[in-house]
Write a new protein. Structure first.
Length: 213
């Protein structure tokens, strides 16, 4: 049996917009077929939207909103853990321990992000960028952003940012990480592709490498 650290690691961000979608359980079933190490990062979903709405009403600053948005990601993670039998992890060592048992960890980001000194504390950074940050931090081989929308295969990274498919800070945090954006069109082949260790969706890795140069 291989050591967990000798096998590929994939980071998958589950979009918050999927919280009420019939696609969510199908994506979860597909992701469970991935034969190597996998860590899930949750968006903020409706929990983060409440933070946005409340900030507009109360006018608290972005630092407070950022901290609340991290908790929103944790709420979504706890919900998915309850629904699909995952376990949550707050540190990389906890993720490693779950991988060693053959489990898929759900990241609760507050602890690691609060300890980091390279995270922008504003709305330019959302769960997309935090997933990319974690991918580099853990030495992941690639990442998938699972979205409720499809993007055109010709979409560049700059266009993805402009169209708000990813957040404004994503090019900075993703750097040269191979990335796929997977929407509903990717779902029919997701089980077969993930079972073979192949990423479903539209690749953005070329654009990311150009952005980092």
């Amino acid at each position: 049996m291989k050591s967990p650290h000798t096998t590929p690691l994939l980071i998958v961000k589950i979009g918050g917009s999927l919280h009420a979608s019939s696609y969510l359980p199908t994506w979860i079933d597909a992701l469970k077929k991935y034969p190597h190490r996998l860590t899930l990062v949750c968006g903020g979903g409706p929990f983060a939207e409440i933070v946005r709405q409340t900030q507009r009403q109360m006018q608290f600053n972005d630092v407070a909103a950022h901290a609340m948005a991290l908790l929103a990601m944790e709420q979504y993670a706890l919900a998915l853990a309850s629904l699909f039998g995952f376990e949550c992890a707050t540190t990389i060592s906890e993720m490693d321990a779950l991988h060693a048992r053959g489990s898929i960890p759900l990241w609760r980001p507050t602890r690691l992000i609060n300890e980091a000194d390279d995270i922008f504390t504003n709305w330019d950074v959302t769960s997309d960028s935090l997933a990319a940050w974690l991918a580099h931090k853990t030495g992941a081989n690639a990442m998938i952003l699972v979205k409720s929308i499809d993007i055109d295969p010709t979409t560049t990274l700059a266009e993805a940012v402009a169209l708000q498919y990813v957040d404004a800070a994503f090019p900075y945090y993703a750097k040269a990480m191979p990335v796929c954006i997977a929407g509903p069109r990717a779902l029919p082949e997701a089980v077969s592709r993930l079972s073979e260790g192949v990423l479903p969706g539209v690749p953005l890795s070329v654009s990311l490498q150009k952005a980092a140069s």
